[in-house]
Design a protein around this ligand. Structure first.
Ligand code: NAD
Ligand code: WQD
Length: 375
């Protein structure tokens, strides 16, 4: 009996999966990353307060991976609850910290909600890391820290500019907090990933982006317009100093972005990160609003009614990444084509619309639109 126990213990020690906490793991980028982490063999623990996500996402993750990760509905700004979480789930080796509010306009209207949520959540996890022997943290930063750069592509050394929104400022402040904390504490390290414009959905269409209300981001607006939920897309400006006059961004597929987290995490767990490392996560290619729009229509064989309107205040004219540091050091690169990415968005939109229609049918007998079975 004793021998069996010992064998079991030995087996567990050498086969046990590394435990990773994913805060905000039911959100858009978090859920796709959780899928990739599970498939890479990690044991995942999710903390999310569902302020911008839905518990049903957990079922989507289970359906894709066959694994339902541990989930706790906790607000990361609650230090006591987070401390209790780490004590309950001993042995967390690293954290991927997605939990944050992210709506730029909302942050201008309610800056304190953004400073409180985004900054205090981070401070709590950083304080708890050495107490619970967590070795490293991957932080969700953003290309928003570069503001309007003098030229693109931007590398990680491109000087940062004053943030144009409280949201953007929380990312700059959080980067500084991490840098100072890691400098003062040699037992922890961090990889900060500066995402460019994440788009797309899991190819299964079982998880994807769940925009709240009227989307302010381009792709959810395009797909909702194609589905007839919005009347037409407003293209914000065609008089920029770009080849077709519309703004240019670096659109990164969310599965590729998820894989960048797996690579960053591996680097932390292999003890290859000393202090803080920063990586741009983008494709290295800039695409205009009009190029995105026409490609979406073409690959999905749908029409997106649109009109050119004036510029949106605060918009950056053009920015795209130099991802060569991530390509080289993380051995990561964006792989999914723009065409497949835009197809995944449409497939996800149809899935969402179908669920909505099904709900409506239960309520009052709405006829299923032919659109839903169109592709
Ligand atoms: P999201 O809103 O879909 O996901 C964030 C998740 O965090 C949500 O599930 C939300 O419920 C949760 N959350 C927020 N505050 C919390 C708190 N205090 N405690 C517990 N859970 C909390 O957003 P996303 O697009 O997946 O973004 C993830 C991260 O990436 C964020 O930090 C965001 O700022 C950053 N980012 C996003 C983009 C983008 O365009 N989507 C670009 C650059 C950086
Ligand atoms: C992309 C382009 C618009 C909607 C935002 C955040 C940033 C970062 C990424 C988190 C722009 C144009 C859009 C529409 C349009 N997030 N557009 N009509 O502005 O690059 O960045 O997401 O860190 O902080 O600000 O993304 O998707 O809003 O816009 O013409 O209805 O599409 O003008 O040129 P953006 P976006």
């Amino acid at each position: 009996m004793e021998v069996t126990k010992q064998i079991k213990k030995f087996f567990n020690k050498y086969n046990s999966k590394e435990k990773i906490l994913v805060t905000g793991g039911l959100g858009y980028i978090g859920s796709h990353t959780v899928v990739e982490l599970i498939e890479a063999g990690y044991e995942i623990f999710i903390v999310d307060n569902l302020v911008n996500s839905n518990i049903e996402v957990l079922n989507g993750i289970k359906e894709i991976t066959g694994v339902k990760p541990v989930f706790e509905n906790i607000d990361c700004t609650d230090y006591v609850a987070m401390d209790r979480f780490f004590s309950k789930h001993e042995g967390i080796k690293a954290i991927i910290h997605f939990a944050a509010l992210k709506a730029v306009g909302e942050s201008v209207e309610n800056p304190l909600a953004y400073y409180r949520n985004n900054v205090i959540s981070l401070v709590n996890v950083l304080e708890l890391m050495p107490i619970h022997k967590v070795e490293g943290i991957v932080f969700s930063s953003s290309c928003t820290v570069y503001g309007q750069p003098d030229h693109s592509p931007v590398s990680e050394d491109t000087p940062l500019q004053k943030a144009v929104s409280p949201y953007g400022n929380t990312k700059q402040i959080c980067e500084d907090i991490i840098t100072d904390t890691v400098k003062a504490n040699p037992n922890i390290c961090s990889v900060m990933l500066r995402y460019f414009n994440p788009i797309g959905a899991h190819p299964s269409a079982l998880i994807g982006e769940l925009p709240n209300g009227v989307p302010s981001n381009l792709l959810p607006f395009i797909s909702q317009t194609a589905a007839g939920i919005r009347k037409k897309l407003s293209v914000f400006g065609n008089d920029y100093n770009t080849p077709d006059g519309s703004c240019i961004r670096d659109y990164i597929n969310v599965m590729d972005l998820a894989d960048a987290h797996v690579a960053a995490l591996r680097r932390i767990l292999d003890h290859n990160v000393e202090g803080v490392e920063i990586y741009n996560v983008g494709t290295g290619k800039g695409l205009s609003v009009l190029e995105i729009l026409s490609t979406f229509e073409k690959v999905n064989e749908v029409k997106v009614p649109c009109e050119i309107v004036g510029r949106r205040s605060g918009d950056i004219e053009q920015i795209w990444a130099d991802p060569s540091k991530a390509n080289k050091v993380l051995n990561w690169e964006a792989k999914v084509s723009l065409e497949d990415t835009l197809k995944s968005i449409w497939k996800w939109q149809l899935h969402l619309s179908e669920n909505e229609e099904n709900k409506e049918k239960v309520k009052g007998g709405v006829k299923m639109s032919s659109l839903l079975h169109g592709s």
